[in-house]
Design a protein around this ligand. Structure first.
Ligand code: MF3
Ligand code: CO
Ligand code: CO
Length: 256
């Protein structure tokens, strides 16, 4: 196993699938309201990906995952399984979408607010989104994975939050999860040196309390051990000679 450098043809396919994944998040936003179930959100995303985008939801049947998206609510850290439980006012929910089209995967996630969300939960989400972008801004050929992790960790911890250690970002392309592992903590200048044509996800999970996680009995859902709130945002990113290209950027983020 090694890190796959993508050529121009592959990069163009990753641009297309990245845009599709981002479009699913834009599409689902108006449906994330009080009283909807995460199964309903799953079904809307599934049908959109299959019927409109003529693509495949990568999570479905991935290592036995039973649904087409991941929905992680409040103290759920990641890999939440959609269910018949209704969202209630005050919930924060991460929807993680991965789409497969023409042989390539695009992976992105974001937080949504349900009804009236407390200022402390909103702040956690805002800092997590900022941490993602501070990590992304480190990316260019010649910088290191440690530069990304350090920028994220510094912003989270300066704001008295913690960075989840148990899950990380990853290379992505023909496989959903490729090498390398992209840690969201670390030391500047350490770790793998980035090269033009690498494609990675950066997907920090930031907790209000301690960083420790535990698995629920369903085999997938990860929650904070101390039951504190957790937030996550994810983008798929191409490393370029002098900078980066966010392949899953949404319209609302295009000011960056
Ligand atoms: N999309 C997740 C990630 O960012 C992985 C989900 S695996 C699943 O890497 F099986 F739960 F879908
Ligand atoms: Co990912
Ligand atoms: Co994801």
């Amino acid at each position: 196993m090694s890190i796959i450098i993508k050529n121009e043809v592959e990069i163009e396919k990753m641009r297309i699938v990245g845009r599709l994944a981002a479009d699913v998040l834009d599409m689902i936003a108006p449906y994330v309201v009080v009283g909807v179930t995460t199964n309903q959100l799953n079904d809307i995303c599934h049908n959109y990906i299959v019927d409109v985008q003529q693509a495949i939801p990568s999570p479905l049947d991935y290592r036995g995952f039973p649904k087409s998206i991941c929905t992680s609510v409040n103290h759920q850290v990641c890999h939440g399984i959609p269910s018949d439980k209704k969202l209630k006012s005050g919930d924060i929910i991460n929807i993680d979408v991965t789409v497969l089209k023409d042989g390539f995967h695009g992976d992105t996630s974001m937080m949504f607010f349900v009804g009236n969300v407390s200022p402390h939960a909103q702040r956690l989400c805002k800092i997590t989104h900022e941490a993602l972008f501070l990590g992304i801004e480190q990316i260019k050929a010649g910088s290191t994975l440690g530069d990304i992790g350090h920028a994220i960790q510094k912003h989270a911890e300066t704001n008295r939050y913690s960075v989840v250690r148990d899950f990380c970002g990853h290379g992505i392309g023909r496989d959903f999860h490729e090498e390398p592992q992209v840690l969201h903590y670390g030391k500047a200048g350490e770790g793998l040196v980035l090269e033009t044509g690498m494609i990675l996800t950066v997907e920090p999970m930031i907790n209000q309390g301690k960083h420790h996680t535990k698995s629920l009995g369903d085999g997938w859902t990860e929650v904070t051990k101390d039951h504190s709130l957790s937030a996550q945002y994810e983008h798929t990113i191409l490393v370029t000679e002098t900078s980066y290209e966010i392949l899953t950027l949404r319209a609302e983020e295009r000011a960056y």
